[in-house]
Structures are given as structure tokens and as C-alpha cells.
Design a protein around this ligand. Sequence first.
Ligand SMILES: [Zn+2]
Length: 262
Amino acid sequence: MMESPKPSARASEASSSNDTAVNGLLDGMEKMPKWNGAPKETPKGEKPNSKSIPRAPCSSVMESWKEERTRSLEDNEISLPSIVAAYTTILRGLGEDPQRQGLLKTPYRAATAMQFFTKGYQEKIIDVLNDAIFDEDHDEMVIVKDIDMFSMCEHHLVPIFGRVHIGYLPNKRVLGLSKLARIVEIYSRRLQVQERLTKQIAIAITEALQPSGVGVVVEATHMCMVMRGVQKMNSKTVTSTMLGVFREDPKTRDEFLALIRS
Ligand SMILES: [Zn+2]
């Protein structure tokens, strides 16, 4: 169901649907903690005319992000030997000889590579956003497109890679532009399914900024599909999550979809 031969087909299908609940992405929305809003007043001692005031997301957001599963560098060290041993077992199970010269260091390399591919577990969204939210009276759509994305399919442990396009309509608050790519990186460097990745990015932006709306489109190639011959080489899976005005107002959504295709 989720794969589509034409990347644009899925997105436009999403845009014409009233719900935009592509792949049921919005099913879990009610469960997300509500944003309570941070104080609007300029704290005493701050320059009242300073254009951008860094402001941390409020405590309820921090609560939800604090529960993110994390892994420390120390955890990596501790678990490395067992992951190496597991890869040795895998090699043997595949009919290979882990002692032959070319494979001697392979379990170690594979283990450290896998830790790198999943380094998103070592990071928290809250740490990225803390100093990067600014008060701005900007009310035009902000779009960052073609953000490279590399992830791992949680069903087959093989790569998913592609591009992420993000748009949001600010409501007095903007995020440092490079942080959008960081959000993508943190969530994609975990074991994922594309639908969840798309939704997580949209929700993180919504909770951090309380914008008027957010749109996230992910176009990706799943190696588990192309390598197993289920799909053709160039098939891409396109998922989207539209929240706020991106969901409710077809004009806003169409503007976003047109801009990311241009
Ligand atoms: Zn897969």
C-alpha cells in the first residue's frame, strides 16, 4: 500500500484527501501531550528590542521528549563486544568462515557501522531545539526541501534513503533553519518505518514552534524492496503528514506541494 511508482502521485493524493491522514499517520495525534505555550513576556533584564529571543520549549514538551529512548557513548562501548559476537554468528550462519582474512574485522566493522547508523538514539530533540527557537514576526511559509535522509528499515535492518521536504507557517516563532535538518537526522538515524519518521518530524516541529501549520513529505527508496525484487529499481515511497492549516486549507497545502516540486 505504501509504495507508489510515481512519487508525486502519493503527494497529490494526499493533498486532495480531506483528512490527509496518509497511511494513518495522524491516528496517534490525540496521544501527544498538548503544547501549553511558553510565556510571551520578555524576561526582565533582556533587551526589549532584541529581535530574536531564544526560548526553550515549555515543560510539557520537554516531558514528552525526555522519554525518548537514548543511548550513551558508554552504552555503545559496553554493548560493542556482544554486537561483534552476534555478527560473527551471523557470518557463520550465512555459511561463511569468519576466520578467513577478508572477514576477520568484519564483525567489528559491521557493529560499529550499525551503531553509527542508529546514532539517533544517542540524541534528544530537546537538546537540538533548546537554543534555536526565536521570536519573529515572520508569517510567510518557511520551506526547506531536499534534506538528505538515511535511515534503517526496522523490519529488515537495511537502508532506507531519500529526501525530506519540510514546510511550516510560523506563528510568531521560528526555528533555526539548520535545525530542521538536525531533526530529520535524529529521527532517521534510528530503526524506522517511513510513516513514523514523517509523523515524528512534523510533530516535533509542531510542538516546538506551535506554528499555524506544518507539512512534511518524505520520498524514499527502501533497499528491502528494491533488492528483493518486489519493486523496480527506481520505485519510491512517498509519505506525507499535514498538520494545522496545511491539513485544513487546500490552498496552503497546494502552495507547499508546488514549492517543494519546483
Ligand atoms: Zn524493510
